[in-house]
Design a protein around this ligand. Sequence first.
Ligand code: FAD
Length: 533
Amino acid sequence: MTDPRTVDAVVVGAGFAGMYQLYRLRELGLTTRVFEAGDGVGGTWYWNRYPGARCDVESMSYSYSFSPELEQEWNWTEKYPAQPEILRYADHVADRFDLRRDITFDTRVTAAVYDEARERWTVTTDGGESVDTQFLIMATGCLSHSKLPEVPGLERFQGPTYHTAHWPKEGVDFTGQRVAVIGTGSSGVQSIPIIASQAADLTVFQRTPAYSLAANNRPLEQGEIDEMKAHYREWRDAQRTSGFGVPIEPATRSALEVSDEERRAKYQGAWDTGTLTAIIGGYTDTLSDRAANDTAAEFVREKIRERVTDPEVAETLSPRSYPIGTKRPCLDTRYYETYNEPHVHLVDLRKTPLVGLTETGVQTSENAYDVDAVVFATGFDAMTGALSAIDIRGRGGVALKDKWGEGPRSYLGLGVAGFPNLFTITGPSSPSVLSNMIVSIEQHVEWITDAVGHLREHGLTTMEATVEAEDEWVAHVAEVGDATLYPQADSWYMGSNVPGKPRVFLAYIGGVGAYRELCTQIARDGYRGFTLR
Ligand code: FAD
């Protein structure tokens, strides 16, 4: 690289999206710099080191498909891999493809400003660096901007506090301690059993219970690894054309048109394999008809009642206020059983709301709970949080944050009108979080790379979504979303976990396969809906 301050492309983030984007842009011959806030690669799996952090897509599916050699040489050990193993994989990929030399670690991008006359972006970092680039690709992650509970006095607490998404690298030993965990989404569900196994006393503060399925995790057998490796290409093809990036038998029938026995057998089968998609994708109408959805929801509630001995605790842990699948469902290992232990207590924040932290613990409207440590498993400002945290200014100095003031506006979740040559990997209004994300990441990276290659090949310099295409896409995403049950939940999919965030369905539920086909067709049509100059 001649002058690192002037490059062809800047990529923000070195998780699976940023790493693969760098690899592809290099192949295209572009000088590329990646900026990463952490001091290593891996993104989600670099930051979320909390005990029990684990993927709930099977390891052999949740992995890159772009390199058959990588696929063959890497051996996953478990069906659902734990965070350390995924991070080792990310490190291996970075080493194998010599990615680190173009990544600047420990550096956060703070601003990016488009210069209309020069048709280039100026990217600024918290290290004081300024980089001039033609293309700006945001690989900042859908679940990377963590959030805390909206209560006063968090700083008042005198003991240590931890957020699951910023877990100390050296780990935390809770042995003998009184611990509070606030939040029972995916990170809470995964960490609570392990924290409980160490703590002398654990109090869990729950606002909304999750639907969680027993993961039935296990070591992978050599035979199944060999079998998958022998047929990896077919499997990858099936992933790409599936609804959620995980191949399952496509549903053909309504949950309401089959007998109770048949339905139960199907749910039990899904339960036995511990596969989320099988339970929410087993029937055509699980995500669109409340009565159909209730059959799956009730099946899971029944399992909760079987797993929790105290009926009152079981009821508190049973979700009733939203349909199954409309908040991110969880896979767990001994989550519900943990509440059978005498030193584990559950506080229902719907009945006694969280008031704040005190010097010695957690205060609800009814009680004070003295603890030695507090764990926030309170999730993320999803999809838009990491993007809005950067001062991104497009044409006319318009801030992306302001443009998205009433909800994100994007064409395909890839490009934004008024922001030429800015691309978002798994951006809002693409399937992203509703899929096996590596499948969606690869599709976006490949599409963006092809688009950049197309511009170069044709002597063009900029590409920008048109306002009309963007408007149509935003309307289409909303229409498809409105035909489902997703808007019935107060979820991070809907932005409802962040006060003041507009209530908009942030992802595209049209299906990974159909969406891919559409993106490919749009490219074939000369990037229909984009202005190329
Ligand atoms: P990330 O991995 O989030 O990486 C984004 C990177 O960008 C981060 O390293 C961040 O530090 C960096 N960054 C952000 N802003 C800036 C900035 N301004 N300057 C510099 N750097 C910046 N997906 C699944 O498909 N299946 C799962 O089972 C699953 N489990 C998950 C469990 C947890 C706990 C979490 C949090 C997410 C999970 N996900 C899962 C989603 C997961 O985020 C994706 O699968 C995938 O890892 C996303 O990769 P990414 O590169 O797009 O984003």
